[in-house]
Design a protein around this ligand. Structure first.
Ligand SMILES: CC(=O)N[C@H]1[C@@H](OP(=O)(O)OP(=O)(O)OC[C@H]2O[C@@H](n3ccc(=O)[nH]c3=O)[C@H](O)[C@@H]2O)O[C@H](CO)[C@@H](O)[C@@H]1O
Ligand SMILES: C=C(OP(=O)(O)O)C(=O)O
Length: 421
């Protein structure tokens, strides 16, 4: 059992080192498994639990993997994949397990998916993935718990996603990369992480065009080769550190090459937070009361649903009433009840929340229901009076590397504890 203990009141100051992106490295591990020869090297790998699970899963199917934690480097040799089974005990612990299917299909002709995990956010269908595989020529047998996908070779086709699914787009690009002929994916995801994965696949020899336009064309090739690639910075981790500066009246320099916070920056600026770009460093500070805000989550370039929870904490600390409309996931408001235990006043009605700020927050024992509600509670703890204990801290570790150490280096009073219960 992992828990975080936070004593609030300290302003965060200094240089925050932003990790590599969770939502880019996981598909990249899946992409590395497409290379039948050689060793892939991934740099700037975030040392998070999801990466550890991905390493375990890759080893289970026969890949040779070295995770060099202090160098934040992964070395993957997928030349001898031996098992098509993604076993439930690992695959159910993270969402990224779904990204191993294309490699298994191409390399072993089948993938047996015993489960897919990830944050518990309401319905999280995979129908676009499986419909896409079918259109490319695979046979998909969807059992009660196990999904069996088989293909003796995929053929390009025109695919359409009802909504621009992030992992759906990545999976279908990977499936199309080694298919015969041309695939067009319409209504494809635009997220920067998807573009980073396309960059890596292109280096590997894939022929992909249209990334970032919503219409992706993939010309299948016969093989992909192992490459070295540096994972882009994690804009969600960066957003959290910017918010930590905002709510504690602090001042941080965010270091992470090419970091672009997009709409999150503009929303925080509307709330009164100052940003200044100094070359590759993004400077953030806040020395005035926060103003309330309206947020509507959307796919990129809209406001990322993954930062909606941390933003709810920021809104609880703003002077006035903020409105949040969650449009991506139907179960992402479990945070409200936990924040209310700390003294917040958040009302939820379906997929809308009204946050009545500013209410002073007081330390309490609270529970992370998913990764982002967990980090939102850490933020609340930083701004609360007294001590906040956040249970189910493993969920935070799924997506943030060395969180307590990185925040302590900036002046926060935060510890990570492990206990039997
Ligand atoms: C590992 C990873 O990259 N996770 C991210 C990815 O999750 P993930 O890729 O799972 O999210 P999707 O973009 O696929 O899902 C978005 C919405 O589409 C729906 N949908 C999706 C696929 C499908 O086949 N059918 C369907 O109905 C989902 O139920 C959800 O309502 O994007 C989410 C939305 O930006 C982020 O919160 C996650 O952090
Ligand atoms: C929803 C998230 O992740 P996953 O898709 O890995 O569950 C998240 O990172 O907030």
């Amino acid at each position: 059992m992992v828990r975080y203990r936070v004593r609030g009141g300290n302003a965060l100051r200094g240089t925050a080192f932003i990790q590599g992106a969770k939502n880019a490295v996981l598909p990249m591990i899946g992409a590395a498994l497409l290379a039948a020869r050689g060793r892939t090297v991934l740099r700037n790998v975030p040392i998070i639990e999801d990466v550890r699970r991905a390493v375990e899963l890759a080893e289970t199917i026969g890949a040779y993997v070295e995770l060099h934690e202090s160098e934040r480097t992964l070395v993957i040799d997928a030349s001898r994949l031996s098992s098509p089974v993604l076993p439930a005990e690992i695959a159910r612990r993270f969402r990224g397990s779904v990204l191993f299917t294309p490699a298994l299909l191409h390399r072993l002709g089948e993938a047996i998916v015993e489960g897919v995990g990830g944050c518990n956010l309401g319905s999280r269908n995979l129908d676009f993935h499986y419909l896409g595989y079918k259109r490319l020529g695979a046979v998909v047998d969807e059992g009660e718990t196990v999904i069996h996908v088989k293909a003796s070779g995929l053929t390009g086709a025109t695919l359409y996603l009802d909504t621009p699914s992030h992992t759906g787009t990545e999976n279908l690009i990977m499936a199309a990369a080694l298919a015969k002929g041309t695939t067009v994916i319409e209504n494809a995801a635009l997220e920067p992480e998807v573009l980073d994965v396309i960059d890596m696949l292109t280096k590997m020899g894939a022929r992909i065009s249209g990334g970032g336009t919503g219409f992706i064309t993939v010309e299948g090739v016969d093989e992909l080769h192992a490459v070295e690639h540096t994972v882009m910075p994690d804009r969600l981790d960066a957003g959290v550190f910017a918010m930590a500066a905002a709510i504690t009246g602090g001042e941080l320099s965010l270091v992470g090459t090419g970091l672009d916070l997009g709409v999150v920056r503009y929303k925080l600026e509307q709330m009164g937070v100052d940003f200044a770009r100094q070359g590759a460093v993004l400077h953030v500070r806040c020395d005035r009361p926060l103003r309330p805000i309206n947020i509507i989550t959307d796919t990129y370039p809209g406001f990322a649903t993954d930062l909606q929870s941390p933003m709810m904490t920021v809104a609880a600390l703003a002077d006035g009433t903020s409105y949040i409309h969650e449009r991506i996931f139907d179960g992402r408001f479990a945070l409200a009840g936990e924040l209310n235990k700390m003294g917040a006043n958040v009302e939820v009605d379906g997929n809308r929340a009204v946050v009545h700020g500013r209410t002073p927050l007081t330390g309490a024992r609270v529970t992370a229901h998913d990764l982002r509600s967990g980090i939102a509670l850490v933020l609340a703890g930083l701004a609360a009076e007294g001590e906040t204990v956040i249970e189910s801290g493993y969920l935070i570790d799924r997506g943030h590397a060395h969180l307590a150490a990185r925040m302590r280096a900036l002046g926060a009073d935060i510890t990570r504890e492990i206990s039997e219960h």
